[in-house]
Design a protein around this ligand. Structure first.
Ligand code: 4HQ
Length: 252
C-alpha cells in the first residue's frame, strides 16, 4: 500500500517511520510512505502557502493553488487506476475508529493532507477532499499528529508487523470490546499485591473465560455504548449475556 502525505513539516514523520514495532511496516514493499513538503508548491517569490482569511479574524488559511499543485504532483506520481482517497483532518471530521482503520488497511492507500493554521480554503476541500477524519474532540495545531495516528494504527495491522498474528485479533475493539487487563512477573509484589489466580491456573479455557469476562465488565463499566454496539453486531454470545445479566443482578 502507498500513502502520500502532504505537509509543511515532513520532519515530524521521519522519527516515527524508523522506530518501534511499526518500523517494519514502513520497510520497502509494505506501507510505502511518500512525504511531500507543501512549501515546495508555494507561490513565488517566497513560496507562500497561506494568507489571511476573507472576512477578517485571526490566523491564516492554506491557499487553494499550492494545494492543487501538490495534489496534482502526488496524483501523477501515484499513476493510479482507481484514485486513492484524499483524506484531511479536522475536529469536524468523522471520528476515527478501528473499523475505519481496518477499511484503510484493506485498501490500496490514501493521500493524507495535513493542514496548519486555521485550516484549508473551503473551495479546495469541496473540490478535492474525499474524507475528513477527526481523532477526537480537542483542538490541535496541525493535521500531522492525526496523520501519524492513522499511520500507526494502519502499520500495526500489516501482516507480519506484530510478532504474533493473534495480537491484533485480541486488541481492544477487534472484538468490539475493551481489552482485558494484563499481568506479568512477579506473581506477588513486595506489598503483597498478587496476580489474579485464574491466570496462574494453567487452564486455558478458564483463562479465556476470565479474560472475556474482564473485557465485558470493563466495557460495561467504562463504555456502555460500545457494549450496546457489540450486542447489535451479534458479537455477544449467550454465555456473555448470562455473565452480564448475573452482574446486573448483583449490583441491584
Ligand atoms: N485540527 N482531529 C488540523 C484538529 C484535528 C482533530 C485542528 C486539524 C487544526 C489545522 N484534526 N487543523 N482534533 O484539531 O483531527
Amino acid at each position: 500500500m502507498r500513502i502520500d502525505v502532504i505537509t509543511l513539516f515532513p520532519e515530524l514523520f521521519s522519527a516515527h517511520l524508523v522506530h518501534g514495532v511499526t518500523r517494519r511496516a514502513f520497510e520497502p514493499g509494505r506501507v510505502d510512505v511518500h512525504l511531500w513538503p507543501l512549501r515546495d508548491f508555494g507561490d513565488p517569490p517566497h513560496a507562500r502557502v497561506d494568507d489571511r482569511p476573507y472576512g477578517g479574524g485571526p490566523g491564516m488559511v492554506l491557499l487553494v493553488e499550492p494545494l492543487e499543485r501538490a495534489l496534482a504532483a502526488v496524483r501523477a506520481a501515484r499513476a493510479e487506476t482507481t484514485p486513492a482517497p484524499l483524506v484531511s483532518f479536522s475536529p469536524a471530521g468523522t471520528l476515527l475508529r478501528q473499523a475505519t482503520v481496518a477499511r484503510f488497511a484493506a485498501g490500496a492507500g490514501a493521500i493524507l493532507l495535513c493542514a496548519r493554521y486555521e485550516g484549508i480554503d473551503q473551495r479546495f476541500v469541496d473540490a478535492h477532499v474525499d474524507c475528513e477524519l477527526s481523532i477526537g474532540d480537542y483542538v490541535l495545531s496541525g493535521g500531522e499528529l492525526p496523520a501519524l495516528v492513522l499511520l500507526d494504527a494502519l502499520a500495526r495491522l500489516q501482516p507480519g508487523v506484530l510478532g504474533d498474528a493473534r495480537s491484533h485479533q485480541q486488541d481492544s475493539f477487534s472484538a468490539g470490546l475493551l481489552d482485558h487487563p494484563h499481568y506479568s512477573r512477579p506473581e506477588r509484589l513486595a506489598d503483597g499485591t498478587a496476580v489474579p489466580e485464574e491466570l496462574l491456573s494453567g487452564n486455558h479455557a478458564a483463562i479465556d473465560e476470565w479474560r472475556r469476562r474482564q473485557a465485558l465488565r470493563l466495557t460495561a463499566e467504562r463504555r456502555p455504548e460500545l457494549l450496546e454496539a457489540a450486542r447489535a453486531e451479534g458479537l455477544l454470545a449467550p454465555a456473555d449475556e448470562e455473565f452480564l445479566a448475573s452482574r446486573r443482578r448483583r449490583t441491584l
